[in-house]
Structures are given as structure tokens and as C-alpha cells.
Write a protein that binds this ligand. Structure first.
Ligand code: AKG
Length: 286
């Protein structure tokens, strides 16, 4: 079962792992930040088991149904949203206090709620492709939100590097107004050409992380990933996060841009409630 909403305290040793002032400045300048090891092995071991339970259909009943990849889709990247609302071990990873506390420190938010998660399984390249994540920003999919400080914590369940298809970030791209990007595009080179043609530099910052390190990126930062040639599947959870002051953005036509969250959320005064605890648990602060 889901745990109740809490705002847990950090231990002294966890406090020391929070981003320092220079780290926050670096995040603001570059659009991403890589943490030290903040997630313990036992939480990641459990997440591995949770991932297997998820694919086996062994779900904890929270009333939320799995969305995304299914076996009939075939090989290639598996992306499943809301997995942490279906499997307790994945919920425990999302609720690890260092995720919310670090996100609050980087974004300057008084509190952090889950927006949604994506369970990501990238098979080692078997030659049939469809494992790339095209260059994109998360914000382009979150036009329903008022907050400009949403961010993502990306957690691999093991060591990861560019050979293993790790996420790469385009330096300082969170300040750009770039168009034509697409998560699902397999044509990384074509998107790169398009980014350059729009007058932006393509300064790729590849990532290498030890198990337990987490990358945090701003919602406007352009990111993506290529093939996994490590010989083992890349297994990870992207945890998309919203500051607690995020609200539905009502367009000039009176509508809120469609997103699965706007459909799933309880409606309050005719608008989706992004503070609904069942879907958007409080992970840190107020
Ligand atoms: O897993 C990847 O390669 C990309 C994930 C992603 O798009 C994200 O974390 O926002």
C-alpha cells in the first residue's frame, strides 16, 4: 500500500550530501546537476525487484493502472508511466527523502510533489533500434503547468555511462526557445541538425554515474540518449517533480493543455488538482 504523505527529516550525513550553494548555482547556469551517491543499495535492490514485479503484472492496488509499454509493443525502449503508483518498491525510491530534498534545494521550491514517473528499460542494442530517446525538453510535454521550475530526478539502478546509453544534457539549453524536438524520435542526428539550424550550440554533456548517484535536470533542459552497448539492459526510473506551487495553466481559450495528469486528477472548481495526494504525493516540505 502507498505510504501516507510525510515530510521526513534528513540525517546529518544526508544533510551533508545536499547541493551546496555552488552546486545550486551550477544547476541554474547549466540546467542540470549530478548528485553524489544519495540512494542506498538496499533501496535500489528493491527497485530492481519492483521493476521485475511491474513487468510480471504483480501490482499493488492503488487504483492507478499501468500505462505505456506492453509486451505486444515488442523489443526496444520500454517506457511506463505511473509505475511508482503501482509498485511499492518503486514508490519507496520516489519517496526517498534525498530526492525531494535535493529537488527543493535546486529549484528553490518550498515543497516538492511527484508529477509522474517513467520506468525506463533500455535493452542492450540488438540491432533493431528504437532504443534512442530523442532530444527533447520535459517542459514541451507540460504546457498544462504554471511552474517554470519543474525538474526531473533520473535514477539508474546500476552504474551507467555513455556506452550503456546514459542520458546526455545540452549545456545551458534551459534558456533556449527551441522547437521541433521529440522524445520518441530515433533520429538523434536529424534533431541535432535542427537544433544547430535554429542557431543553438550543441554542447553535449554525457553522463557517467555510479550506482546511487542521481542526475537532476531543469524542465527546459534539452536531453536524450542513444544506444546501449553495455551488453546488459539499462534500468532506471525518471522521477518528474513539481514544486508545490504548481497549478493548472489555463489557456486563453479557457482550456488546460491536455496531459494524462489533467485527465486522471480530481477536478476542483473545474480544474485538475495537482495537489491530490493519491496521484501527486508530497515528497518534501510544504
Ligand atoms: O532515460 C532517458 O534516456 C531519458 C529520460 C528522460 O527523458 C527524462 O528523464 O526526462
Amino acid at each position: 500500500m502507498q505510504q501516507p504523505s510525510t515530510s521526513p527529516q534528513l540525517t546529518d550525513s544526508q544533510q551533508r550530501l545536499l547541493p551546496a550553494r555552488a552546486d545550486v548555482q551550477s544547476y541554474r547556469e547549466h540546467g542540470f546537476w549530478i548528485s553524489p551517491v544519495i540512494i542506498p543499495d538496499d533501496v535500489l535492490d528493491a527497485a530492481e525487484r519492483g521493476m521485475q514485479r511491474y513487468y510480471a503484472g504483480d501490482l499493488d492496488s492503488t487504483g492507478i493502472h499501468p500505462a505505456g509499454w506492453a509486451p505486444e509493443v515488442g523489443t526496444g525502449l520500454r517506457k511506463n508511466d505511473y509505475s511508482s503508483l503501482c509498485v511499492d518498491e518503486l514508490a519507496a525510491l520516489v519517496r526517498h527523502p534525498m530526492i525531494g530534498a535535493t529537488a527543493a534545494a535546486l529549484s528553490g521550491a518550498a515543497g516538492i510533489r511527484l508529477w509522474h514517473d517513467q520506468l525506463l528499460y533500455k535493452p542492450s542494442d540488438d540491432g533493431d533500434g528504437k532504443v534512442n530517446v530523442g532530444w527533447h525538453t520535459d517542459r514541451q510535454y507540460w504546457e498544462s503547468c504554471t511552474s517554470t521550475e519543474m525538474l526531473t530526478a533520473w535514477v539508474a539502478f546500476h552504474d551507467v555511462d555513455p556506452e550503456g546509453g546514459s542520458v546526455g544534457f545540452l549545456d545551458r539549453s534551459h534558456t533556449w526557445d527551441v522547437t521541433g524536438l521529440d522524445f520518441f524520435s530515433q533520429d538523434l542526428a536529424g534533431l541535432e541538425d535542427s537544433i544547430r539550424a535554429q542557431g543553438f550550440s550543441f554542447d553535449l554533456r554525457a553522463t557517467t554515474m555510479k550506482r546511487g548517484q542521481v542526475s537532476f535536470h531543469h524542465c527546459r533542459t534539452v536531453h536524450g540518449s542513444g544506444a546501449n552497448r553495455s551488453g546488459a539492459p539499462r534500468r532506471s526510473l525518471a522521477i518528474h517533480l513539481q514544486p508545490t506551487d504548481n497549478r493548472p495553466l489555463v489557456r486563453a481559450d479557457g482550456q488546460v493543455d491536455p496531459h494524462t495528469n489533467t485527465r486522471l486528477a480530481r477536478q476542483t472548481d473545474g480544474l485538475p488538482d495537482f495537489g491530490e495526494e493519491r496521484l501527486f504525493p508530497l515528497l518534501w516540505g510544504r
